[in-house]
Design a protein around this ligand. Structure first.
Ligand code: ZN
Length: 379
């Protein structure tokens, strides 16, 4: 295994490595936290840990908590998008804001960390195409059609079905995303929404952070049939690192604590709710971390099993990395931050996958899908 780790580190050092999902912008916005600063407090992702793990590009997710920001979705989305721009402006020698596959390649050649922006949750556009267009103009290159909540035009896997999939307006959103050259992201959507999207999108789609339902029954994971449909259309599935999505026993233990956890959330968040201030990210995150400690770490092998399963079902051209760093309270054992990403590659080398296959998984697959989406755009 040791020589596999050395081999994986060397591969990361000479290969473009892209992660398609991290929720770090909340930290940028609410904690005035600087990505390139080295004095960390245990976050999953920073320039230091990215460099240590050979991670070269990140899609930073603008995620708007739907209850807290009701009535202000677009405003909060703008602010999160702006926070990514600010990070790059603060560190122009270390980071580059990228809005195309070519720009990712350029940043990589220049030795700069490529920062990209995705929106997580279609509620951000407030059912307005002009907002979708504004966000695209401000650099957003994918949108997860829903988060765990339904919106006006699409059902989520985390909510009660109301639309029966995508509405007519939902199909308009998907087509407009195709025309703009914004990647359609099916992570979080309901089963019916998923199949409606596959019928509607004229460009390949991604699942920016979803794991395999055949192994872990979370409704937010993808079935083998769904993964095959994404692959057949030229898209890619990026495996999520959250223990509740990759380990059935961990998921059961986590779900068993749900009521207790919700009560604790209400308790620590009450003072903010009372004053009408937004709950800082670290406050709610601390509760989730407290409860993950009760459950313990999920086995590292469970994460590798998900990569392995996806690779077996849809092959090396359609799998990628979607960590969900900073959006999950804990990754599985051995993975404390982006610095540990080579361990995943090493484990897959150990299971017999080739460096050529893993180069695709690490970044080339996302680049291929991104270019196909750009090529299908109507300008
Ligand atoms: Zn998510």
């Amino acid at each position: 295994m040791l020589d596999k780790i050395a081999e994986a580190r060397a591969l990361h050092a000479r290969t473009l490595v892209i992660d398609t999902h991290a929720d770090t912008p909340q930290r940028f916005r609410d904690e005035r936290w600087n990505f390139t600063r080295a004095d960390l407090r245990g976050e999953h992702l920073s320039l230091v840990t990215a460099k240590a793990g050979g991670l070269d590009a990140e899609f930073f997710a603008a995620w708007v908590e739907p209850t807290e920001w009701r009535g202000h979705y677009a405003e909060r989305t703008r602010s999160l998008i702006h926070s990514v721009h600010e990070q790059v402006e603060c560190s122009p020698n270390e980071m580059a804001l990228c809005t195309s596959a070519d720009e990712i390649d350029m940043a990589y050649r220049d030795g700069k960390f490529a920062a990209l922006i995705g929106i997580e949750g279609g509620h951000s556009i407030e059912a307005r195409i002009d907002l979708l267009e504004e966000f695209y103009a401000n650099g957003v290159r994918y949108m997860t059609l829903t988060w765990s909540n339904n919106n006006e035009w699409a059902d989520s896997s985390g909510d009660t079905e109301v639309h029966g999939g995508l509405t007519a307006f939902g199909r308009t959103v998907v087509r407009r995303m195709n025309d703009l050259g914004m990647m359609v992201d099916v992570s979080h959507v309901s089963n019916k929404t998923f199949w409606d999207v596959m019928k509607t999108s004229t460009a390949p789609v991604i699942a920016s952070h979803s794991s395999c339902r055949a192994l872990t029954a979370a409704p937010r994971n993808l079935t083998d049939q769904m993964m095959r449909a994404i692959a057949d259309a030229g898209g890619a599935v990026m495996i999520n690192f959250f223990p509740a999505f990759i380990d059935e026993a961990w998921r059961a233990a986590w779900n068993a604590l749900r009521d207790e956890r919700s009560a604790r959330h209400r308790e620590v968040e009450a003072p903010y709710r009372k004053s009408g201030e937004p709950v800082p990210f670290h406050v709610s995150d601390a509760v989730d971390r407290e409860f993950t400690e009760k459950v313990g770490r999920a086995p590292f092998a469970s994460l590798i099993d998900h990569f392995d399963h996806a690779l077996q079902v849809i092959g090396p051209d359609h799998v990628g990395i979607g960590t969900d760093f900073d959006g999950i309270p804990t990754p599985p054992a051995k993975i404390d931050s982006a610095a540990d990403l080579p361990l995943v590659t090493a484990a897959l080398l150990e299971r017999g996958y080739s460096e050529a296959d893993l180069t695709k998984v690490l970044g080339a697959n996302l680049q291929r899908v991104f270019r196909a989406v750009e090529a299908a755009a109507v300008s």
